[in-house]
Design a protein around this ligand. Structure first.
Ligand code: G6P
Length: 625
């Protein structure tokens, strides 16, 4: 949701900001804007509806000089995507400009109060309220103490921001610049991410580290309620909402710039699909060996994890599908009850917790607002929190008691692919690791799963390089209006994920169902127009799924079947199209059966001429509830 970039230093800010916005465009892409204090001391603000490229075109003949500036790419919450609602927003006098990610929940009240004081508003956004309130508060401070410059001016602006934020209910990451001071930039965060990069006498600030990594690997992740002052050539100063100084905790980030580029692929999504053999190898690296699985998070918290009376997994979207697979894995191997909850439901469901639970929070971005709120609720009731995240240093890993990163590298395509398989792999490792501690798993089965887990990257490679070309299959179904995906057991969440991928990027209505549930409703939809995707691999439910397939065939549905290698001939009598995948232990099948479904969705979206990496209305990191 909304991407922020800022720069203050000795370089020209504009190219850094635009490049940064492009890196962050996966966060929101309905409008974009930039504010710079020019060489002649003007505050220039340029905004445009549409993508960053539209903004770039719009600014082509404008004065974009200046060594301080900030930029924003928006995912609309308050007010339609438009030039006026795009950020940055400027205060009444034209002095302060501000970009914001998050939601100010009490903005209507604050706006009313400001209107009563004579402020007028140009946009419908909650953000404009913030910048106006900061100006109003600053003016009140200046009236009492006189107009300052230098250190004292910075102190006054910090106070104005701090006092404003104390009045605000909601979430924010914000950056502010002052037309009267081209040397300083202010930023703050609460429940929305913000990272400060430290260069040579210069600072970068961004919603995540991706726009920063090519300039520096030294970063500070701001914590909730912190406000930072970034001055050219001077040390960073951080205070909290109580006006206490906070020490800066500098971290070194390890991110490969190549991971942020398309590397010859047409889309990030395709690149990320093909990256999966490598990303799963990384995910298991140092953790899985022929002797077993070692997760430091389990080793270091064994006693607390084993004393849990149940596990609760919370997540949203694709991560929730991984959670469903995790439930099967943990229940089967560890014989402990597991429930899976949508984080957005759990947080308001008044759940019954005894304090002995372990709550596993799964999130690619590590920033999902609902998942963070679910963690907070469970924590307050004594649960032990275990995070499974991808983005290092993001909010969820910092809010948990322990956890595992999935280590699949940055995922840029909005539709999640390699993060899903990374999450499932991590859940398999966790289940195996816990099973050994509990002593609940049959040693032979344990060895089989462990051996198969180590084969996954090679088998993925085979699916991706030797599997049938799905582009021609996609061209048959390009104009389908609906799709049904069916699977059972471990492959039921795969059916859900396949359907989600298709609807996210192709805008075709698609539903995932447990195959046997089909006869309780969806079967009514089946006719010769309806494509039905079956995940029908050779496991203990194979025959049952094939019977379901026959039921669809009898009603003239068009069947695409994901089958185990060697079974294609048998299923070919019923299915229109068979896509074979290698055989593997049933509990790891999702790691292979998902891949053709990702590719099918991808190719259908391409055939429809859609923007695969930035599907309409979606955002990769959902920092609002
Ligand atoms: C958004 C993304 C999905 C993602 C979901 C949960 O909807 O578009 O791809 O699965 O958020 O995000 P998380 O980062 O918590 O896994």
């Amino acid at each position: 949701m909304c991407g922020i970039v800022g720069y203050v230093g000795k370089r020209e800010a504009y190219p850094i900001l635009i490049k940064g916005l492009k890196r962050l465009e996966y966060r929101g892409y309905d409008s974009a804007g930039v504010a710079l204090i020019s060489d002649s001391g003007e505050l220039n603000v340029y905004k445009q509806k549409g993508k960053v490229a539209d903004l770039e075109q719009y600014t082509a003949d404008k004065d974009c000089s200046g060594q301080i500036g900030m930029a924003h790419t928006r995912w609309a919450t308050h007010g339609v995507p438009s030039q006026i609602n795009a950020h940055p927003h400027v205060s009444q006098s034209g002095r302060f400009a501000l970009v914001h990610n998050g939601i100010i929940e009490n903005y209507a009240d604050l706006r009313k109060q400001l209107e009563e004081k004579g402020f007028t508003f140009k946009s419908e956004t909650d953000t404009e309220v913030l910048v106006q309130l900061i100006e109003y508060t600053y003016n009140a401070i200046a009236r009492r103490g006189g107009q300052h410059s230098g250190e004292s001016l910075h102190r006054d602006i910090l106070s104005a921001i701090r006092l404003t934020l104390r009045k605000v209910v909601g979430a924010y990451a914000l950056v502010l610049i002052d037309r009267n001071d081209p040397d300083a930039m202010f930023c703050a965060r609460k429940a929305s991410p913000l990272v400060v990069g430290l260069g040579e006498g210069e600072y970068f600030v961004a919603s995540d580290a991706t726009p920063i990594v090519e300039y520096t690997d030294q970063v500070i992740y701001l914590n909730d309620g912190e406000i930072a002052l970034l001055r050219r050539g001077k040390d960073i100063k951080i205070i909290n909402l109580e006006n206490l100084k906070v020490p800066a905790e500098i971290q070194t980030i390890d991110m490969d710039i190549d991971q942020l580029e398309k590397g010859g692929y047409e889309h990030f999504m395709l690149k990320e699909i093909y990256e999966q053999p490598r990303s799963i190898r990384n995910c298991m690296s140092g953790r899985v060996s022929p002797e077993g699985v070692v997760l430091s998070a389990v080793r270091d918290n064994k006693e607390r994890l084993l004393r849990a009376n149940r596990y609760i997994i919370v997540a949203c979207g694709t991560s929730w599908h991984a959670a469903l697979i995790g439930k099967h894995l943990i229940e089967h191997l560890c014989r402990i009850p597991v429930t899976v909850e949508y984080a957005s439901e759990f947080r308001y469901a008044d759940p019954v917790l005894t304090g002995d639970e372990v709550l596993i929070a799964i999130s690619q971005s590590g920033e999902t607002a609902d998942t963070l709120a679910a963690i907070d609720l469970a924590k307050r009731q004594g649960a032990f929190i275990f995070g499974i995240c991808n983005v290092v240093g993001s909010s969820i890993p910092r809010a948990t008691d322990t956890g595992c990163y999935i280590h699949v590298g940055p995922e840029i395509g909005v539709a999640s692919t390699k993060a899903f398989t990374g999450q499932v792999t991590t859940l398999a490792m966790l289940a195996l690791c816990l099973a050994r501690e509990y002593g609940t798993c049959d040693p032979q089965e344990y060895s089989e799963i462990l051996a198969d887990l180590q084969r996954v990257p090679d088998l993925m490679e085979r699916v991706l390089t030797e599997g049938p070309d799905l582009a021609p299959v996609a061209s048959i179904f390009t104009y389908a209006r609906n799709f049904i995906y069916l699977g059972r057991g471990y492959n039921y969440p795969v059916a859900l994920e396949g359907a989600l991928k298709l609807k996210e990027i192709s805008y075709i209505h698609a539903e995932g169902y447990p195959a046997a549930e089909m006869k309780h409703g969806p079967i009514a939809l089946i006719d010769e127009e309806m494509p039905v995707v079956f995940i029908a691999t050779r496991n203990f439910m194979y025959e049952k799924v094939v019977s379901n397939m026959a039921e669809v065939k009898a009603r003239k549905g068009r069947i695409i079947a994901i089958v185990s290698e060697g079974e294609a001939d048998a299923v070919a009598q019923i299915a229109d199209i068979c896509i074979p995948v290698p055989c593997i232990h049933e509990c790891l099948e999702p790691l292979l059966t998902t891949l053709p479904l990702q590719l099918l969705a991808y190719h259908i979206a391409v055939c429809r001429g859609l923007n695969v990496d930035q599907p309409r209305n979606l955002a990769k990191s959902v920092t609002v509830e």
